[in-house]
Ligand binder design. Sequence first.
Ligand code: SF4
Ligand code: SF4
Length: 460
Amino acid sequence: MTREQLKNLWLEDFQEPNRVLCYGAGTVARYAIESYLCAGMNVAGFIDRNKKGTVETSRGALPIHTIDGALAAFGKDVSIIVTIESRTVYEQVREDLIAAGFSAGRIFDHTISSWLTVPSPKCWCRDLFTSVRLAHNSIMKCCMWGENRNFSMEPLERGVPYEQALQNCVDKIEHYYERARAGEVPLYCAGCPFLEDRELDGFPKVQTVVFAVSAHCNLECSYCYFTGMRNGQMEEFPYSAARYGELFQSMLRYLREKDMLAPNVHINYAGGEISIHPGRKALLSMAEEPDYECYMFTNCVVYSEEIAQALSGNARNAVMCDLDAGTRESYMLVKGFDYFDQVVENLRKYARRGKVILKYIVLPGMNTSMEDYLGTVRLLKELKLEELILSRDYMLSLDFQEERRVLFEVARLRNVLAENGIRGIIDGIESITGADSFSERQIQIMDRFFRQTPPKGDTT
Ligand code: SF4
Ligand code: SF4
């Protein structure tokens, strides 16, 4: 489809009385379909060559059809969204569907969902209009909200020039801005709790650019989506680690040339481990430029002189470390390696060079003993830190009981911190990490637990 045709796609074409089928009943489709359903698309089922039966969705089970079965049941003009990421496979599937008798004009690749918009009473979101992130297989808007949202703005594919992907992103940002002025938000954002009712009074500049390529790391955190990916699937990534570093710098240059960057743009190195990244020298040298403010998300297993220099060279920069434990045992359990003492030592060294921020992802049963909490308090005091960011595993779908446990433990840790004069910052209210872990409802429950937990006095 041409750019103009994509810009002129409307959600009504995919809503009742029209019907939509997803081609492919694998993982990508299962993620995508929740966004489609939430946006009000009339998804009637799946087509898959290898799978049979039904797929469970939040709106009930949907049937899987063969190509011929789908044609017989829905006719040639049904809309088909091919939820397979590879462009080559898409072209082949498209040919097969046309040969089977489906209308060529109603077959779409999954990227149409990054052009479609839906009516919304609130159309502003910080991530939507002021951030861009480079991930391993796409340029994204936000990380994720809810269980099945993953706002991938533009896929990155081998063989497709990177400049083209960047130009597509710029076009889409402009498209979202125009649609937001008409009361619509991108399909991925439908119903998102982070939307705000705010006037769009001028084309917003990008304030945060995130390097979120989690391809290389020396830990295996229990909650890391990429721990599994690294064990055997790295060859699936379109670029090498070094190339991602170059692409990130091109992205910044490109946005600057287009005059889309805010004056004091914020850079987050927040994917993979920057201290061991092959392109870290060039990437971190930008951190010393006065135009940038950089947060270096590092696990601190390795002490990097480049990071230390970036800290001392610009007082606005910071090291951001997910500590997630107050004891060696819990650290090993959560992170997969026995590096707790080493990390603590490196944190001490970084704290001597500049700003350090610690975060704690609360994982009930793994890092929620009082020993962990008190160990964390001792370290915070030693580093003279007055705050700790409290977060949760936002990749995990929380059932009612798990949610209760997480919220209770966050409140309990916050209470222990408060008794020791340390502020527990709930990720999501005053988030500086760029990720919003908790919804408003969850924050209210945690606040209630926090107020009602009896004080214990100084616990150190
Ligand atoms: S999905 Fe939510 S957080 Fe992400 S860009 Fe849209 S409104 Fe913002
Ligand atoms: S340190 Fe970060 S990238 Fe590395 S395994 Fe943990 S969460 Fe994943």
